[in-house]
Design a protein around this ligand. Structure first.
Ligand code: BGC
Length: 719
C-alpha cells in the first residue's frame, strides 16, 4: 500500500519549475501501475471517445476544449486523462468550435520542401506549446505516408515521396513535440496513400517493397522521434485491415522494430475485438466504429482467455509507458495564453524556406518600384489556401474565409483561407506602384487588367482535403484557362501556386516565373511577398515529383475513382519501392519538375567529391560554393545510383547550407545502411549487395553534378 501511494505521488507530482525532477523508468512504473488495476480499471484506457459531448458518451468537462480524442484518467491511481488534438499543422480547428485560435503552420508538404530539421523542430515545438496551453497532452501529429498518389487529398499532411526525407523530418517533428511533454503519434500506419474508398481500399504490396519504402519511412520516424503512439490506418493491408494486421502491428512494429509504445486505431478503423490479438492497443473515437470493440466485449475475455488476458495487461502497460515516458503524469498541461508570436515566427520561416521557385526567366525578384502590378485570382485579396479535414487549424483571428462544402452544420471540410492577403503584403513592399486586383472569374477581364499592367501575378489555388482525392492534376475551376489568357495578354506573368501537391502546367512556357507556395500557413502572404521582392532568397526543393502527364504515373487512373461504394484494390507492386523519382528513373521518364528541384536568386557550384566506404556505410563529402552575388541557402542531395550490378536511384542524404556570396563549405553525408540494401523476405534481413556503389551529388534527382564510386562487401543486416 505504502509503495503504491509513493508511486502515485512520484508520478503525479507537478514538476517544480519547468522540468520534472523525478528519475523515470517508464517500463517499471507502468508495470507497477498495471498490477494495481482492478478488473474494471484494466479496460478504461483501452478505448477513447471522439471528444464531443453527445447523448451517448455523456462526456464530463475535461479542462481542455473538446478536440479529437479523449480517454478519462483513473484518479485512484493518479493516471491523467488523455486530451488529444490533431495534428501536425497546429492545434486543429474542431468543427469551428475550438475555444482558442492557434498557429496555422504551412502544410507538411511545405515543411518537406525545406528539407530542414531545425525548421521542423521549431514549428512543432511551438505548436506543442500551444497544445499544452490549450490543455491537451497528446498531439495526433506525425503524418508520414509516402505520397505514392499525387492525387491524394491528404498529401498536404505528409512529407513527400522519399522515405529518408519524410521519415527523418517526421521523426524530428515528433521529437520536438514530445520534448514539450506532449505525446505524439506517427500515422497512418501503413500505405494509406489515397482517400478514395478510404476504409474499403485493399492495398496489395510485397513485403520487400513495403519495407524499403513506406515502412522504412515509419521506421526512421520512430527511431528518431520515439512517438508514444502509432496510429494504424483505415485501409486494408495485404488482406486484413491495417488495424487488424498481425504482420504490420505484431511482426514489423513490435517484434522487428521493438516498438515499446502503443498502437491506437484511426477514428473508425477498429473492426473487431480480435484486433487486440493482432497488436492494436487502443480503440480511438469509438463512436465511429460499428460497435465498441474494446469495451464490454474485450472485458468479457479478460481473465477467461489467456491470450486476451496477456494482451490486456500489455495494452495497459504500453499506454501507461508512453504516458510516463512523455511526462504526462509529472508535467501536465496548463491552460494559458498561447505564445502565438513564437508560432507565427516559426510559420513564417517555414513558409519562406519551403516555397519553391520553379521557373524564373529573370523577372524575379521584382523591383519594389514596379509601376503597375495586376494581381489576379486565388482569393489573393483575402488570404491564403489551407487544406481541409481533421488537421485544419483556425488561426487566432479566425479564418479569413470559410466556404462550406457540405450541408452539415459542423462542416469539417470547409475551404478555408488563412488571413494575410497577398495583395496587402505586395502593397506593403512597394512604393508608388499601382496595384489592381481581379478575381479571375472571367479570364477576359483578368487579361485586360494584365494588359494594362507591367507585371501580372496570378494566384492559383487547389483546395484538397481529407476524405477526398482530386480526380486529376489540373488546377480546378478554369484556372488553367485563366493563366493562359493572362499570360497571352502579358508575357511578364508570374504564377504563384497554392496547392496540396503537384499540378500540371499546360501554360508553363508562356509564363515568366512560377512559385510553388503550397498551403503556406498563417504568415504565408508575407513569405510569398518576401520571395517575390527578394527580401528572402528562395531555397525550397520539391519533396515530390511533378509529373508532365498523368500517363507517366504508375496509375494514370486513380483506383476506385468515382466508385463511391465499391471495394477496389490498389496494386503498389507496379512501382514497388520505386516511389516517385525512383519510378521516373527506372522508366527513363522526364517529369515536369523533378524531386529535389528548386531555383535560387544566386548560384552554387559543387566540387571535390570524396567517397569512403566503411563497414556497412558510405561517407560522402564535397564542397559547395555560392558563385552568385546574393547570400543564399542550398540543399545539395546525395544519391546512390547503382549497387553491385543493379541500377536504381536512392537518396542517401543531403546538406542544408547558408552561404554568403563567394563563400564555400564542406558537406558531409553518412548513408543509412538500409538505403544501400534490399529487403530479403526469405532471410528477414536487409541484404547489401557486394561490389561497386555509384554515388552522385545532385541539385535535383534529375541533375547529377558530381559522381564517384566506392565498393562494399555483401552484408546481411537485422531488421
Ligand atoms: C484522421 C486522423 C485524425 C483523426 C482524429 C481521422 O479522420 O484520419 O488523422 O487524427 O481523425 O481527428
Amino acid at each position: 500500500m505504502l509503495r503504491k501511494m509513493f508511486l502515485a505521488a512520484c508520478l503525479i507530482a507537478p514538476a517544480a519549475g519547468a522540468q520534472a525532477q523525478t528519475p523515470i523508468d517508464p517500463d517499471k512504473q507502468a508495470a507497477a501501475l498495471v498490477k494495481q488495476m482492478t478488473t474494471e480499471e484494466r479496460n478504461l484506457l483501452l478505448h477513447g471517445f471522439f471528444s464531443r459531448p453527445n447523448p451517448v458518451n455523456k462526456l464530463p468537462q475535461i479542462g481542455a476544449p473538446y478536440a479529437a480524442g479523449y480517454t478519462p484518467g483513473i484518479a485512484r491511481l493518479g493516471i491523467p486523462q488523455l486530451t488529444e488534438s490533431d495534428a501536425s499543422l497546429g492545434v486543429a480547428w474542431i468543427n469551428g468550435k475550438r475555444a482558442r485560435g492557434a498557429t496555422a503552420l504551412p502544410s507538411s508538404m511545405a515543411l518537406a520542401a525545406t528539407w530542414d530539421l531545425k525548421i521542423a523542430y521549431a514549428g512543432s515545438a511551438a505548436i506543442a506549446q500551444e497544445a499544452r496551453a490549450s490543455g491537451d497532452n497528446v498531439l495526433l501529429a506525425g503524418g508520414v505516408n509516402l505520397t505514392r498518389e499525387p492525387r491524394n487529398g491528404r498529401n498536404f499532411e505528409y512529407l513527400g515521396e522519399d522515405p529518408l526525407l519524410a521519415g527523418t523530418l517526421a521523426g524530428e517533428t515528433i521529437r520536438a513535440i514530445q520534448d514539450q511533454h506532449v505525446m505524439s503519434t506517427v500515422k497512418h500506419y501503413a500505405l494509406n496513400a489515397q482517400e478514395t474508398q478510404q476504409s474499403a481500399i485493399g492495398v496489395d504490396i510485397s513485403e520487400a517493397a513495403a519495407r524499403e519504402s513506406d515502412l522504412l519511412a515509419f521506421e526512421l520516424a520512430i527511431e528518431r522521434g520515439n512517438p508514444g503512439a502509432v496510429m494504424c490506418a483505415y485501409n486494408h493491408f495485404n488482406g486484413p485491415f491495417s488495424c487488424g494486421s498481425d504482420f504490420l502491428l505484431n511482426k514489423v512494429l513490435k517484434q522487428d522494430w521493438s516498438y515499446p509504445g502503443f498502437v491506437m486505431s484511426d477514428w473508425g478503423a477498429n473492426h473487431a475485438t480480435a484486433d487486440a490479438l493482432a497488436g492494436l492497443d487502443r480503440e480511438s473515437g469509438e463512436e465511429f466504429d460499428s460497435q465498441i470493440f474494446f469495451g464490454a466485449p474485450l472485458m468479457a475475455l479478460d481473465g477467461k482467455d489467456p491470450a486476451y488476458t496477456a494482451r490486456i495487461t500489455d495494452m495497459n502497460q504500453r499506454i501507461l509507458r508512453s504516458m510516463i515516458a512523455n511526462h504526462l503524469f509529472d508535467d501536465p498541461p496548463k491552460i494559458a495564453t498561447p505564445d502565438i508570436a513564437r508560432g507565427e515566427a516559426a510559420a513564417r520561416a517555414e513558409a519562406a524556406t519551403g516555397t519553391v521557385l520553379l521557373k524564373n526567366n529573370g523577372i524575379l525578384p521584382l523591383l519594389k518600384t514596379a509601376r503597375r502590378i495586376a494581381v489576379i485570382g486565388g482569393y489573393a485579396n483575402i488570404g491564403v489556401m489551407s487544406g481541409g479535414g481533421s488537421s485544419q487549424v483556425a488561426p487566432q483571428s479566425g479564418p479569413a474565409l470559410a466556404i462550406p462544402t457540405t450541408t452539415a452544420a459542423d462542416d469539417w471540410q470547409a475551404v478555408m483561407l488563412h488571413p494575410g492577403a497577398p495583395v496587402k503584403a505586395i502593397l506593403a513592399r512597394t512604393s508608388g506602384t499601382r496595384i489592381t486586383f481581379d478575381t479571375g472569374a472571367y479570364p477576359a477581364f483578368a487579361a485586360a487588367r494584365a494588359k494594362d499592367a507591367d507585371i501580372a501575378i496570378v494566384f492559383a489555388t487547389q483546395w484538397t482535403t481529407e476524405g477526398l482525392d482530386v480526380p486529376d492534376l489540373n488546377l480546378p475551376s478554369g484556372q488553367n484557362e485563366l493563366i493562359a489568357a493572362v499570360a497571352a495578354a502579358n508575357p511578364r506573368t508570374i504564377v504563384v501556386l497554392e496547392t496540396g501537391g503537384p499540378v500540371l502546367m499546360p501554360w508553363l512556357d508562356k509564363t515568366a516565373a512560377v512559385l510553388e507556395a503550397w498551403y503556406p500557413g498563417i504568415r504565408g502572404a508575407d513569405a510569398i511577398a518576401d520571395i517575390l521582392f527578394g527580401d528572402v532568397n528562395p531555397s525550397g526543393r520539391l519533396p515530390i515529383t511533378f509529373p508532365a502527364a498523368l500517363e507517366q504515373m504508375p496509375r494514370p487512373r486513380l483506383d476506385g475513382l468515382f466508385d463511391f461504394d465499391g471495394r477496389q484494390h490498389v496494386n503498389y507492386d507496379i512501382e514497388g519501392s520505386d516511389v516517385g523519382y525512383r519510378w521516373y528513373d527506372r522508366k527513363g521518364l522526364t517529369p515536369l519538375f523533378p524531386f529535389g528541384f528548386g531555383l535560387s536568386y544566386t548560384s552554387f557550384r559543387y566540387d571535390d567529391l570524396k567517397l569512403r566506404s566503411e563497414g556497412n556505410t558510405i561517407h560522402a563529402s564535397f564542397t559547395v560554393t555560392n558563385t552568385g552575388s546574393r547570400a543564399g541557402r542550398d540543399t545539395p542531395q546525395v544519391y546512390v545510383t547503382a549497387r553491385g550490378n543493379a541500377k536504381g536511384q536512392r537518396l542517401i542524404g543531403w546538406g542544408n547550407v547558408e552561404l554568403a556570396p563567394g563563400a564555400s563549405t564542406r558537406v558531409i553525408v553518412d548513408a543509412d545502411p538500409r538505403l544501400l540494401a534490399d529487403w530479403s523476405s526469405p532471410r528477414g534481413r536487409w541484404a547489401m549487395p557486394a561490389g561497386r556503389y555509384d554515388v552522385t551529388v545532385n541539385s535535383s534527382a534529375a541533375n547529377p553534378v558530381l559522381d564517384g564510386a566506392t565498393g562494399l562487401e555483401a552484408r546481411l543486416l537485422p531488421p
